[in-house]
Structure formats: C-alpha cells, structure tokens
Design a binder for this molecule. Structure first.
Ligand SMILES: Nc1ncnc2c1ncn2[C@@H]1O[C@H](COP(=O)(O)OP(=O)(O)OP(=O)(O)O)[C@@H](O)[C@H]1O
Length: 322
C-alpha cells in the first residue's frame, strides 16, 4: 500500500437529544504521496468531522484509518508524527509571543530535534513568505498572515501528510492565489494533502482528486472532470433578467431537458442559470419564450456554455441547498 492516508468505512456519530447525528457515514478513500485530495460539500455535509478524524483529533465510531502505514485508531500519537494540521481561524497561537517564538514552541511539539529548531522555523517561514514578520507578535498579523502562520505550523518537521481545513477562507483574492501556489508546491515535494474548500475555482485549480460529500456520505468522487461527468449535465444556459422579471419556475422545469433552474442577484438584475441534462435548440427556444411571457423585454442577455465544477457541485447538492 503506497497511500499516506488510507481510510475505509470511516463513520462518526454524535449523540443528540432526539436521535444520534451521523456526521460521517461509511466514507472510504486514500491519499497518495504528492496528491491533493479536496473534500467539498455544503455546510454540515461532514467535511470538518472527516478531517478531524483523519487528524486523529476525533475518534471514529467505526472504520479503519492508516496514516503512513500506522493504524491511527490504535496508535494515534505515533500516527500524528506524520501529520501536519491547519484548521485555520483567528486563534491557535500565543498572541503576545512572536511568530518565531510560537513556531519554535510548535516545532518542539512536532519533535523537531533541538539543534534543528531554528533552521526549521526559518525554513517554514520562508515557505510561507513570513520571514519579515518573524519578530512580530502573533496578534499583530493580518488575517492572511495569520493563515500563513497556521500553514507554516502544519509544515514543521516536514510531515508526509498535511491536512488543511478551508485554507483560503476569508482571504483576499491575491493572498488566496499565493496560498494556492504554496499548497501546489508543497504537494510537488511529495507531501500528501487532504483539504476542504468551499471554492470550486480553488478545487478545480489544485485538486488531483475530489470527494463530494452530501449529508455525511460521498456522492461523487474522482478527478474534476469525473465530478462534472457525474452530474450528467450537457449544457448550462445563463440568462440575465430585468429586476422585475418573475420567472414561472414550474413551466421552466417542464421544458424537456431542464433538470434544475436557479436564480441569483446580478447587479441590479438577476442571473438565471438552467442546468440541461439534455439539450436541443427547440427546447431552448421554448425556455426563452416562457421567460419572455408576460414581460417580453425581461430577457436582457442569454448565453450557454459547458458545465464546470461549480455547476456540478450546485446541481449535485441542490436538494440540500433548497
Ligand atoms: N461535536 C459535535 N456534536 C454534535 N454534532 C456535531 C458535532 N460536530 C459536528 N456535528 C454535526 O455533524 C454534521 C457535520 O458537521 P461538519 O462540521 O463536519 O460539517 P462541514 O461539512 O464541515 O460543515 P461546514 O462547511 O459548515 O464547516 C453537522 O450536522 C453538525 O451539526
């Protein structure tokens, strides 16, 4: 077995007042060296619970978990030596201690040999481009810098397996792009990465493979192209509608080939996306004619395109999102 992380039938339930909550239900996957496996799913799908189990922070109710060949359920402390973790957020470091003091502390915890502590801290600071902040107190960092500090901590001791929970959440687009390059470069050194993300753009850019979770289970898996294929969509049409348009959804959904329609604000207007599992020009004409009734001028722009990961995600998660 070459996998750095091997999970089979992982399940976690939580007790609740009425009945137990199954947060992760019978999930199996593996992550090979150099791979980036991205877990996606709506809020509450079970991503964080799954990551916490893989990090040995949460005991599975059942299932098998091997990290770097170690049975992580029987030997969580041994397994943890191969794991680097970043759960992000605005806590996790001693606020008044400097960036390098914090990292020295965590490098020690990560069992970095004493004589290598300083060079290891310099190495990870340079990877995340935070050398200039080495002497600054952790509580003076910007959000993006703090997030990079989390990732620096995860990289201490060169773990074979790195777990990143929403690594770019809440960051401005420039910082997010730089962090994505960093994640890709960590994987390029042979590190296995398991990450969660709500950004389909990020997942499409980074992930070697994707697990799509819905209601605690995996409902689609594979490459980005596999997930798009699993959605079974042929086309997506996008229509910009005037502010006063009130589409007759029932009639739109009766047009042959249409599987799902959703509307979102588009400046002062609306963008109506239709997901076609079968598509022909005749049906599209019928679709447009419904949109133009009773307000003929309500259609400002109309186009169609190939479905992408974001479309597949929205489509496959549609019932939970409604
Ligand atoms: N400690 C806990 N006790 C009880 N229920 C929990 C606990 N942790 C998670 N859950 C429940 O398990 C389910 C999955 O939660 P989880 O946080 O794993 O989802 P998620 O996909 O990470 O969501 P998000 O995208 O919002 O972070 C939810 O219904 C959640 O309420």
């Amino acid at each position: 077995m070459n996998a750095v992380c091997y999970a089979e039938g992982l399940t976690r339930t939580f007790p609740s007042a009425k009945t137990e909550i199954k947060a992760v239900d019978n999930v199996s996957f593996s992550v090979e060296p150099g791979e980036i496996l991205a877990i996606v799913g709506l809020n509450g799908a079970g991503k964080t619970t799954l990551l916490r189990m893989c990090a040995t922070l949460l005991e599975p109710t059942s299932g098998t978990l091997h990290i770097d060949g170690i049975d992580a359920r029987s030997h969580p402390y041994r397994a943890r030596r191969s794991i680097g973790l970043s759960f992000g957020g605005d806590r996790g470091f001693y606020p008044k201690a400097s960036v390098s003091e914090n990292l020295l502390f965590f490098a020690d915890l990560a069992a970095v040999p004493h004589r290598e502590l300083r060079s290891e801290v310099s190495r990870v600071l340079s990877l995340v481009n935070l050398e200039a902040k080495a002497s600054s107190a952790a509580n003076t960092l910007s959000r993006g810098q703090y997030q990079r500090l989390h990732i620096a901590r995860a990289l201490l001791g060169e773990p074979k397996f790195v777990i990143l929970d929403e690594p770019t959440s809440g960051l401005d687009p420039n910082v997010a792009l730089r962090l994505r390059s960093l994640i890709a470069s960590i994987a390029a050194t042979g590190t296995a990465i398991l990450m969660s993300s709500h950004s389909m753009e990020e997942v499409a850019e980074l992930a070697t493979r994707v697990l799509l979770m819905r209601s605690s289970r995996i409902i689609a898996r594979g490459s980005v192209a596999d997930i798009v294929t699993a959605a079974g969509l042929k086309q997506v049409s996008e229509t910009v509608l005037g502010a006063k348009a009130q589409p007759d959804y029932d009639s739109l959904l009766k047009v042959e080939g249409i599987s799902y329609v959703h509307r979102r604000p588009h400046g002062s207007r609306w963008l109506l996306s239709a997901y076609w599992s079968d598509y022909c020009e005749q049906a599209e004409k019928q679709y447009l004619s419904i949109l133009r009734t009773p307000l003929p001028q309500s259609v400002a722009l109309h186009s169609h395109r190939e479905p992408d990961l974001q479309d597949a995600f929205l489509f496959l998660s549609r019932e939970d999102a409604e």
